[in-house]
Every structure is written in structure tokens, then in C-alpha cells.
Design a protein around this ligand. Structure first.
Ligand SMILES: C[S@@+](CC[C@H](N)C(=O)[O-])C[C@H]1O[C@@H](n2cnc3c(N)ncnc32)[C@H](O)[C@@H]1O
Length: 178
């Protein structure tokens, strides 16, 4: 997978969602996990997390959106169902990105939305569970940036030939005749 990504949550209040999102982030190859003003003791959870995710990803906690600090050149992507959000299937995921999700009973705060370089939504009739939204986002990133064989036009998997990685195209040097 090209680039890297981090996953963050704002105002999250359920341990189960933190565990699910951290586990998904670890599984999809996330590089770090962060929380802004969590309403649950994530520090305590880190020792009891069954997926061991917190042993493999750095965790950062911020007391407010203003304190959020990301790596240089890392693009902050808010995932929120707003009228003006970009529809995820039409969104080009940045190579270096951090995705932030809102609380179970609310939405991303105006201060966090203000800090986002992009805000995207999963086109749906209504909000899904934050853990589901996080998993869909990571899956969409993987489809967008991963190196997979093209989907065939007919139903089913790619032909054997299409599964092979494309050979590297060494640019041939052409010598001019004197
Ligand atoms: C369950 S939703 C919050 C509830 C919602 N604001 C409401 O009251 O209807 C929790 C978080 O999941 C994310 N989320 C859920 N469904 C989404 C969607 N369809 N598109 C983008 N984000 C979504 C957002 O980050 C949201 O803040």
C-alpha cells in the first residue's frame, strides 16, 4: 500500500467502538491512532485491548481540536455526513492522511471541521455506527491506493493473466545516430 494513514476519533464515548476502530486500523495497516477529547479512558483500554492494536500503533491524545498535531504534510480528512461533504466514491484519498470521526451521539465539532483539509461522506440514507464508518473509509482507501488487478467487466474475479503484477517499465535509452 502506498503512503500511510492514521485514524482518529473525537469525543468518542464507547469502549467497544474504540476497540473496533483501533483493531480495524491495525488490520488495514494504519500507522497511528489518535483521540480528541475522548469521553472514555483510552489510556486504561490500551492494556486490555484484545486485538493488541495499541502495541503496534502509536497512540496520541489531545485535549482539544486546537492541540491536534499531525506529521508534516499529513492531510486531515474529516468523515462526516454533511450537505457539503465530498462523496467518498468520488474522493481521491491523499497519500499521507489522517481520518477523523465524530462521536456516537453527535458530529465532528465545528473546530475540528475547520481544521480539516477535506470532509467526506459515505453516501447513505442516514449515519451508520462510527466503527462501521471507519471500516468503510479504510476499505475505500485500500481500493483507491492499493495495487490490485482491475475488476473484469463480466461478474467474477480477474483472469489469471490480469492478476500478475505489471512488469516494471524501464525507459529504454535511445541513442541518436551521429
Ligand atoms: C453514528 S454517527 C453520529 C450520529 C449522527 N450525527 C446523528 O445524530 O444522526 C458517528 C460518526 O460516524 C461517522 N459517520 C457515520 N455515518 C457516516 C456517513 N454516512 N458518512 C460519513 N460519516 C459517517 C461520522 O464521523 C459521525 O460523526
Amino acid at each position: 500500500m502506498r503512503g500511510y494513514f492514521g485514524i482518529g476519533v473525537e469525543g468518542i464515548s464507547k469502549e467497544q467502538n474504540v476497540g473496533t476502530i483501533a483493531r480495524s486500523a491495525h488490520s488495514f495497516g494504519g500507522s497511528f491512532f489518535f483521540a480528541i477529547q475522548p469521553d472514555v479512558n483510552i489510556e486504561a483500554m490500551r492494556t486490555s485491548d484484545t486485538s493488541d492494536a495499541f502495541n503496534h500503533m502509536p497512540y496520541y491524545q489531545y485535549a482539544s481540536p486546537a492541540e491536534l498535531a499531525l506529521p508534516e504534510d499529513c492531510t486531515l480528512v474529516g468523515v462526516e455526513l454533511t450537505e457539503n461533504s465530498i462523496e467518498m466514491p468520488s474522493f481521491r484519498h491523499p497519500l499521507r492522511a489522517a481520518y477523523v470521526f465524530g462521536p456516537e451521539m453527535g458530529s465532528l465539532s465545528p473546530a475540528t471541521l475547520e481544521r480539516c483539509d477535506h470532509v467526506v461522506k459515505i453516501p447513505m440514507k442516514f449515519c451508520v455506527n462510527v466503527g462501521v464508518a471507519a471500516a468503510i473509509t479504510m476499505y475505500d482507501r485500500m481500493i483507491c491506493l492499493g495495487r490490485f488487478a482491475e475488476r473484469p467487466v463480466r461478474p467474477g474475479g480477474p483472469m489469471e493473466e490480469a492478476k500478475k503484477p505489471k512488469p516494471h517499465n524501464h525507459r529504454r535509452k535511445v541513442r541518436k545516430k551521429k
